[in-house]
Design a protein around this ligand. Sequence first.
Ligand SMILES: C[S@@+](CC[C@H](N)C(=O)[O-])C[C@H]1O[C@@H](n2cnc3c(N)ncnc32)[C@H](O)[C@@H]1O
Length: 268
Amino acid sequence: MALFRAIESAGPRERRLFEDRQATRFLSPGLRAAAHAARVPGLRLAIERYIDRRWPGPRLSGVVRTRVIDDFVLAAVADGCTQLVLLGAGYDTRATRFDSVASVAVYEVDHPATQARKRARISPPPPHVRYVPVDFEHDSLPNALTAAGFDPGQRTCLLWEGVFSYLTPEAIDATLAAIAALCGPGSRVLITYVDEQALTGTGAWLTAVRDAGEPFQTGLDPARASEFFFARALKLSGDESTREAAMRFGVAGAENIPGFYRLATLET
Ligand SMILES: C[S@@+](CC[C@H](N)C(=O)[O-])C[C@H]1O[C@@H](n2cnc3c(N)ncnc32)[C@H](O)[C@@H]1O
C-alpha cells in the first residue's frame, strides 16, 4: 500500500487522487527507488502498467480506497469527531497528512511488530498521536484503548482498513463488539472487507496475497452485510466496492478492478 500511495503521489496534481509524501519512508530501498523513478512521468506510467499487468486490481483499488477514506475522515472531523482511531494502522499517515486532523486525538492501534517497524521510521512522534500495540487475536482492545486515554464519551471516527479479511471470525467479532461499545452516538466507522466469494478465487491478486503468506481468510456476503453488522450493534449506512468508487471518481481503468474489495460505512 505504501508503494501504491507513493506512486499515486508522484502523479500530476490535477489527476492524482491524493498526495501522501510520507509513504516512501516506509519502503525498502528497492521499492523506494521505484517510487523515486515514478516522479518521471513516462516512467511512472510504465511502472503502473507493469504492476497492473502482473497484479490486475490491487494498485488502483488501493489508491481509490485511500481517497474514499481520506474524504470520510475529513468529513467526520469537520462534522465534530474529536478522536480518530486507526485499527491496524500499518503505514497510514492520515494522522499527519491533514491540518484538521492535528487538532484531534489520534490512536494508532496495531500489531506490536508492525507498530515497532513504523515507529522506527517516525521521529519524533507527533504530539497528538498515541500508539497502542494490540494483537486483535489475543489482546483486549477496550482495555488497551482506554489505558491510552481514549474517551468513549466523545464522538469518534474509527477506521478498520485492510485488516478484517486477515483475521479469524472470533477476532473479528471481539473487535466489532469493542467498536460498538467504544464509539458513542454520532461516531463514524469505516470498515473494509472482502466479498466472501473471492476467498476461493484464483485471480492474480488473490494468488499474490496467498503467495505472500497473507491470504484473505475471512469474507462477508455483501447481500448480508447489513444483517451481519446489525447483529453486532452497528448500523450499515453505505457499502460499495472500490471498483464502484473508482467509477464515481472517473478513474481510468476502473473497469479492470475486481468488484470484491468493499468499503462499508457504519454508525453505532
Ligand atoms: C494490509 S495492512 C493495512 C494497513 C493500513 N490500515 C492500510 O490500509 O494501509 C494490515 C494491517 O493489519 C494489522 N494486523 C494484521 N493482523 C493483526 C492482528 N492480529 N492484530 C493487530 N493488527 C493486525 C497489520 O499489522 C497491518 O498493519
